[in-house]
Every structure is written in C-alpha cells, then in structure tokens.
Design a binder for this molecule. Structure first.
Ligand code: ADP
Length: 906
C-alpha cells in the first residue's frame, strides 16, 4: 500500500472516529434538549391556553352576572313572557313577544354579537317563562325550571355557575352553560339568566392562534370525557371509547407528554391540568413535526461533520502529498542514481526543502550519492587501468604461449629423439647386462671349477702336513703347493669379489669389534713390514675413536691392508702413514649420535702416480708404473676397495704427485656399539672325539677328493661315515644308512644336491636329518640355500676344517672331547697326534688363518707382526705366540703349519 493511502487511512482513523463519536453523542444530547425545549414550549402554550380559557369563562361569568343585574333583564313582570309550558304544536306556535321581552331579547342579542363563542343567551323565569336570544328551532314543550342549568343556578343564587359540558341538542357541538340566578330584594329567586358557549369552536380558535398547523388542542374533563377534538365523532366520548388508551397517563399526571398512534400516525401529546377548569388540556403534535425539528439539527450536525471530514481529508491529502512527494522524488533519484552509476554519468543532487527529517534524508542521500559517484569514478579509472594491464598481460601471455607452443614442438621433437636414444640406450644396457650376466656366470662357474681342484690341493696339503717323516724336498714341495694354492685362491677370491660387485651380489657382514685394537693390529703389522723395508711408519689416530663399532671388519681390513700394502709396495724411501680422524669435530656433533663418519688417510713418499692415471688405477686389472712392481699384484685391489668403500657409504679418492708420493683417503660412517655385543673369546684346543653315542654322517660329492677330505677328517673323530657319488646315490644311501647329518654338494651330475635335498625333505621319516650344503659357487646367496632349498646350513669350498667341526657341533648338539681332557664317554680319537701338552689359548680362527697364510707365504716379518699384535691385544695369547715363534726360529714351517692347523681343526 502506498504511503499516501496509509497516511489518509491513518487520518481517517484518527479524525473520523472521534468526530463521529462526538456527532452521535451531540446528536443524542441535542435531540433530547430539542425535545425538552419543544415539550416546554408546548406546555407553556398550553398554560397560556388554559389562562385564556379560564379568563374567558370568568369573563363570561362576570358578563352573565352583569346580565342578571340588568334592569330590563330583571324586569319583574314576566307574565307575558314566552313560555313553552304547554304542549304546543310547533307548526302552529306563534311568538307573542312584548316590548319588554323584546328589549330583553335585544340585550341578549347584543351580548351574543359581542361574544363570538356565545352560542345562545337565555333566561328562565320562576313562572316557567323562557326567553332566548334566538328563537327555538321547534316550539316543543319546555320547562326551564326543570333544567339542570336552572337548578344549578338556583342552588348557588349568589354567583354565576358553570354547568357540566353537554352535547348540543341541535348541533354536534359540546356546550357549556354559564348561569346566574335572578334574586330579588327578598333574596327570592325569580329566574335564571344563562349563556351557552360552544367549547370546540372556542378552544379551536384559542389554540389556532397558539399552536401551529396540523396540531390541535384536545380537552378532557375530569372524568376523561373528550370535550374538544377535531373529530366530531369523538366528542363527548371517553378517551377509552375513542381508542386512546394511552391517555390513561394524562388522567393520572398533572402535566407531561406521551406518544400515541392514531390513525396510523404517531403523535406526541403534551398535557397539563387546568387549575381553574380542572380539565386536561392536551396539545397533539404529529411526531414528524418534532423529529423534523430534531432531524434538521442532526442534518446540520452531519453536514458540519461531513464538511469537517472533507476539509480534513483535503488537508490530510495535502500533508500526505507534502510528505510523499519529496520521498517519491528521493526514490526516483535513488533509481536514477543506479542507472547513472551504471552509465557513469555525473550524480544529480536531489533538492528537498521540507525543513524536516525528509530534507535531512535528502541531504544524507546527496552525500551518499556524491561518495558513490566518486567511488564509481575511481572504480572506472581502476577498471580502465586494469583493462590495460589485462590487455598487456594477454599480449604477453599470447607471446609466451606462442613461445611455449614452439618450445612444446621443439620439446616433443627432443623427447622423440630422447626416446629413441633411450631405446638405443636400453638396448645397449640390456646387451651389456646380458653380457655382464654371462660374464658373472662364467666367473662363478670358473671359480667353482677352480675352487674344486684347489680345495683338493690345499686340503691335501693340509692333510699331508700332518704326516710325519716328510723329507725336506717333500715339505718344500708342500710349501710351494700351499703358497701357490693360496695365491691362486687369493686371485680367485679377488676375481669373485669383482664379479660379485659387478653383479651387485656383494654382501657386507657386519660384526661388532674393538675399533682401536683392530687399527692397532693392522698398524703393528704394517709397521714391522715398513721397518723391514727401511721405511718410517707414522700412525695418527684420533684420541676419541669409539671403543667398539659394528661394521664389516673383514672388508675394512681388506681395504686398509690393500692401501697400506700398496703404499709399502710403491715406496722405497721415506715414510708411510695412516691417519684416522673424525670428520666432524666432537664439539659440533650431538652426544647421542651413534653413527659417526671417520676419515681414513694413507700417505706415502713413494714413486707417485701420473695425474692422467689417477682414475685408471681404480679400474679392474689396471696397473701402472714399473713392470717389476706390477708382477707383485693383481690390479684388482683398488677396484675392489673403492667399491667396498662405496658399499659402506663412503668414498675413496687418490691424490698423487709423481716422484713425491701418493695419498689415498676415504670417509666411512661407523656405527658405535657397546661392549656387550663383542663375541666371546673361544678357547681352542685340539679335538680328539666327542661325547655320547656314535653318530652317522653321509658325504655326498661327485668328486672323490672332496669326499675323502671330509671322510679323513670325520673318521678319526669317531663318526660312522659313508660316501655317495651323486644326488641319486645320496638319496638311496640316506634311506638305507639313515645318517644324522649329510654334507651335500650342490652341483652334481645325475641328480644335483637341490633335488636330492628336496626329495629327502619330502620324506617324513628323514625329517630329523640335518643337511649342510657344500658348494664352490658363490653366486647362490647363502640365505636362499637355507630358506628356499631346505638345507639347514652351508659351507663354502674350499672348506675349513674348523668350520666343518663347528657346523657339526651346532647341528648335532654334540660335546667335543679335547686333547688332554678326561674322557667321559665314547671316544675314538687316535692318540698318535703330536701336540703340545701345554694347554694353550688360541686366537680366533680368522687370526690363525691369516697367520697361516703369512706362514705359507713365507712372510716371516708378517708372521712376527701378526703375533705381536695378537699378544698386545690379549696377553692370554702369549703362550700360543711363543709356540709359533719357537717353531719360526728354526723355520720349521711344517711344524708351524701343523701346529696352526690343529687350531683350525684340521
Ligand atoms: P695391485 O695389485 O697391482 O697393487 P691395485 O689395484 O692395488 O693393484 O693397484 C693398481 C695400481 O695402482 C698399481 O699397480 C700401481 O700402479 C698403482 N698404485 C696403487 N697404489 C699406489 C701407490 N701408493 N703408489 C704408487 N702407485 C700405486
């Protein structure tokens, strides 16, 4: 709904309702007042009528008294006067009026003429004469003395009397007689003078002058008889008989008003009781006259209200217009503002001068509009700027896109080229890998083929050394055999290492060992060799080296010995040095760190290496320099060392100046370990048998020399040993012989060891049989042999006797009987072995092997060095070392080897 209509409706609600209420209230009050005034007016008029009537009748009474006093009228002699005492015939009756009587009649007539409402003037005499102003209509018998009016006057002869109203004999009029007795001097009544008055005519005239048209005066006497009424039929009837029962109220009240319906018309009747006449004088007014007067007032009132409302509405409309118009213009301006902003047109101020809140609103809108317009201008400028930037960027992007497309095309071509190159590289790689694989397989097979006879050669050299009574030639021969065999074995081992590294099958075996002791052992050995060569050996070990570390000790030793050995080999004068330092200073690292990186440096003042060869020396079989020195090596050491260092997480580098010397250095992260992880020192003594029942061992190998080697070891210890030539034979023998343990060669004709093991494992009855694989192949990973092929353990050819014994003890759970110990059970050890009665503590087999290798090499200095390191490391090895030195003094190599081999279990 629009604001304008809201305001108008509000005005109507606020203005009209009170106005109407006041109008209705005033109307009611006014009508009452009006009616009361009308009522009073009528009652006043009625009082006036009453006074007039009463006065008139009083006047008539006085006049009648005057007539009664008139001498003519009082003429005593009334004998001749007209009378109707006799029965007279009206037709024949003749008036004989005398002069006196005529004079009286004339007096009467004059009176009648002067008094309009005097119907007739008459006089009765005591003799029965009856004189009348006008002649009677019919001369019927008539005795005045019998008439009520005559008797009334006689009853009160001293004053004029008023008769009760009566119906006129001749007309419908109601008449009233005023009579006075004629009394003579003796107070004798001699006649009565009277005047008849027509009431209707009198009252009508009286009332006519007083009250208005269509209204009439209504007279009732004390008994309720209607004396005056416009309807002649009602005259002289009681009000009840006239059907005006409502007038009951008139009879009981002195004055007032009532309403009644007469002849279908509602009338008001105002009435009062005349104090003189005792009659009820009523004024009858049609209701419409009264209501007309009231309605006029109401109408006037309604017109005033209506006019007031109309004026009010117009004012309200004007006010609403004054409010709505500026608001509308504000709304238009707001709508315009939106389109102006859209079209970026300048803002047009709205002009409102109402001096009120709307004007304030307009001002606020102007301020807002101005701000918006300003903001829009800024926005537009910004937008245009932005468009420029976008256009620039788009141009740049298009350019970049074009470049990019070009690059993509180029790149796609390059990628295609690359893919082609990759395919070629892949083919080349596959070819190389195939070749490498073939090489690895060849080397593995070769090593197997070489190790197998070497196993026999070295094994039998070891066995022959046990024999007594060998002459010098034979011993030297064995010596050469062993030395050459070991050299060959070293070469094979190096070749296998290289092959394993290339085939990525080299595995590191981490053990826990004492790091300073380990370094000291090596440096002691090298120092001795250096001194023997007239060189100085410097050893610089960092003070805070970890006591115990976990690493592949064997490989670390291999690297250091290779570098130090080369340094000694290629240095004739000056010094060789080893420096071990921690890469990060202890202040920089965290105490909690357990892995620390160390730098190992080997320097010499030797012949040096030409710069151009510095990288070549790390290639396999690559030797540089003098030919004489070359013969001493294989050219594999550095290649293996570098790979091993890399596998351990470090890097090996060389730096050299020809004629001045070389420096080899590598870094290595080492895991620090605690003492408790150190392996226990095993007491090694000569084993001569084992406790408990005799155990059965089957040796399966297609090479008789290999079988004999093991059988020769096991039989003297009291085992029940059988041999099998291949896998199939092994399977048969296993079923018959039911061995406790089988040494199973893997590569055999007819049936290989893998298949034989698989079938044995499928036989539930043989579930307890232990199988130890014996293989010359280093290609098959050790864990695969035990986890996939069903073997319990494995030994690598050439087998070491000590390892064989260790494995037997481990898997059969037997307790060895050592030489010199009390035999507590079954023992089959022959008592022909030469051994020290003294109980010795032998170093670990690894140490003895190294010692043994040095002996076989005839390298006395190295034997000395190793012994010295051993004793320094642990004083308990001193007796053992003394025994070796004892034999070394006489250079009794056989005895020496025999002695050592005892502790290798061989
Ligand atoms: P080799 O068994 O011949 O010593 P290596 O791989 O250990 O094989 O060494 C390869 C070659 O690097 C050696 O033949 C030698 O020419 C050179 N070389 C290694 N160490 C030194 C060194 N300290 N001084 C000079 N030349 C060295």
């Amino acid at each position: 709904m629009k604001l304008r209509y809201k305001l108008l409706i509000s005005y109507l609600m606020i203005g009209l309702l009170p106005l109407l209420s006041i109008g209705i209230y005033a109307n009611t009050r006014l009508r009452d007042e009006q009616f009361r005034a009308i009522s009073e007016s009528y009652l006043t008029q009625l009082a006036q009528i009453d006074i007039t009537l009463s006065n008139f009748l009083r006047d008539v009474e006085a006049d009648v008294a005057t007539l009664a006093a008139d001498p003519i009228v009082r003429t005593k002699d009334d004998r001749e006067f007209t009378n109707f005492l006799q029965q007279a015939d009206p037709a024949t009756f003749v008036y004989r009026i005398g002069a006196v009587e005529q004079e009286i009649i004339d007096t009467f007539l004059r009176y009648q003429e002067q008094h309009l409402y005097a119907n007739s003037v008459y006089m009765g005499r005591s003799n029965g004469a009856f004189v009348r102003s006008r002649k009677r209509a019919a001369a019927t018998q008539y005795d005045p003395r019998e008439r009520p009016w005559y008797q009334l006057a006689v009853s009160q002869p001293d004053r004029a009397m008023r008769t009760a109203p009566y119906r006129s004999v001749t007309t419908d009029e109601i008449n009233l007689g005023i009579v006075k007795a004629l009394v003579d001097d003796q107070n004798v009544v001699f006649g009565v003078v009277g005047v008849d008055i027509t009431l209707q005519g009198l009252t009508a005239v009286v009332a006519q002058t007083e009250i208005g048209q269509d209204q009439y005066i209504f007279l009732l006497d004390e008994q309720g008889i209607i004396l005056s009424n416009p309807d002649p039929a009602r005259r002289f009837q009681s009000y009840r008989a006239a059907g005006l029962n409502a007038f009951e109220q008139v009879m009981t009240q002195a004055r007032g008003y009532l309403t009644f319906v007469d002849k279908g018309q509602t009338n008001y009747a105002f009435f009062l009781t005349s104090p003189y006449l005792k009659w009820k004088i009523c004024a009858v007014v049609p209701a419409q006259i009264i209501t007309h007067a009231s309605r006029h007032l109401v109408n006037t009132m309604m017109i005033i209200i209506g006019v007031t409302l109309c004026v009010g509405m117009m004012l309200a409309y004007v006010v609403a217009q004054r409010i709505v118009t500026p608001i509308n213009s504000l709304i238009q301006s707001i709508a315009l503002l939106a389109s102006e902003l859209r079209k970026h047109q300048p803002f047009r101020r709205v002009n409102i001068r109402t001096h009120d809140e709307i004007e304030q609103l307009g001002e606020a809108f102007n301020a807002m509009g101005a701000q918006l317009s300003e903001a829009d201008r800024e926005l537009e400028a910004y937008r245009q700027n932005l468009e420029q930037i976008v256009a620039q960027r788009t141009a740049q992007l298009t350019e970049a896109n074009a470049q990019l497309s070009q690059e993509i095309v180029t790149r796609t071509e390059v990628e295609q080229e690359l893919r082609r190159a990759q395919e070629l590289a892949l083919q080349a790689k596959n070819a190389a890998e195939t070749a490498n694989q073939a090489k690895s397989e060849f080397l593995a097979n070769m090593s197997h083929e070489l190790r197998t006879p070497l196993n026999g050669i070295l094994g039998y050299a070891q066995l022959l050394r046990r024999e007594k009574g060998l002459n010098e030639f034979q011993e030297k021969g064995l010596d050469i055999i062993e030395r050459s065999g070991n050299h060959l074995l070293q070469l094979i081992n190096d070749v296998l290492d290289v092959s394993k590294i290339e085939a990525r099958k080299m595995e590191l075996v981490a053990v826990t060992f004492q790091f300073p002791a380990f370094l000291q052992e090596i440096t002691s050995m090298i120092r001795i060799q250096a001194e023997q060569k007239g060189l100085t050996f410097h050893c610089d070990l960092a003070p805070e080296l970890p006591h115990v570390v976990c690493a592949d000790k064997h490989r670390l030793e291999q690297i250091l010995l290779n570098l130090l050995g080369n340094a000694l080999k290629f240095t004739d004068h000056g010094a060789v040095s080893l420096r071990v330092s921690e890469l990060r200073q202890s202040s920089e690292r965290h105490e909690a760190e357990t892995v620390r990186t160390y730098c190992f440096q080997v320097e010499d003042t030797g012949i040096g290496i030409p710069q151009k060869n510095l990288e070549d020396i790390f290639l396999a079989f690559k030797q540089v320099g003098e030919h004489a020195r070359m013969r001493e090596g294989t050219g594999l050491g550095l290649a293996i060392s570098r790979k091993l260092v890399e596998m351990m997480g470090g890097e090996l580098r060389a730096h050299s100046v020809v004629g001045q010397g070389s420096a080899f250095s590598f870094t290595l992260p080492l895991q620090e370990a605690s003492d408790e992880h150190l392996p226990e020192v095993v007491e090694t003594q000569a084993i001569i048998g084992y406790q408990g029942e005799r155990r059965k061992i089957l040796v399966v190998d297609d090479k008789w020399e290999n079988r004999v080697l093991l059988v020769s070891l096991l039989l003297p210890l009291g085992f029940d040993v059988q041999e099998a030539e291949d896998g199939y034979d092994g399977l048969q023998k296993t079923g018959e012989f039911r061995p406790d343990l089988i040494f199973m060669d893997l590569i055999m004709p007819v049936m290989d060891g893998f298949e034989a093991t698989r079938q044995i494992r499928q036989t539930p009855a043989l579930a307890a049989t232990k199988i130890i694989a014996v293989s010359a192949s280093t290609v098959i990973p050790s864990h695969k042999i035990t986890s996939e092929y069903g073997c319990d353990d494995y030994l690598l050819k050439p087998v070491h006797m000590q390892d064989v014994l260790e494995k037997i003890a481990l898997h059969l759970g037997i307790i060895w009987i050592y030489e010199g110990a009390q035999n507590t059970g079954f023992s089959t050890l022959p008592n022909d072995r030469e051994a020290d009665a003294q109980k010795l503590i032998a170093p670990p087999p690894d140490e003895i092997n190294l010692l043994h290798a040095s002996v076989l090499d005839g390298d006395v200095q190295q034997v000395h060095a190793r012994l010295e390191i051993m004793v320094r490391h642990d004083q308990r090895y001193r007796p053992f070392a003394e025994q070796v030195l004892e034999r070394l003094k006489t250079f009794d190599e056989d005895r020496l080897c025999e002695f050592l081999q005892q502790y290798l279990g061989g």
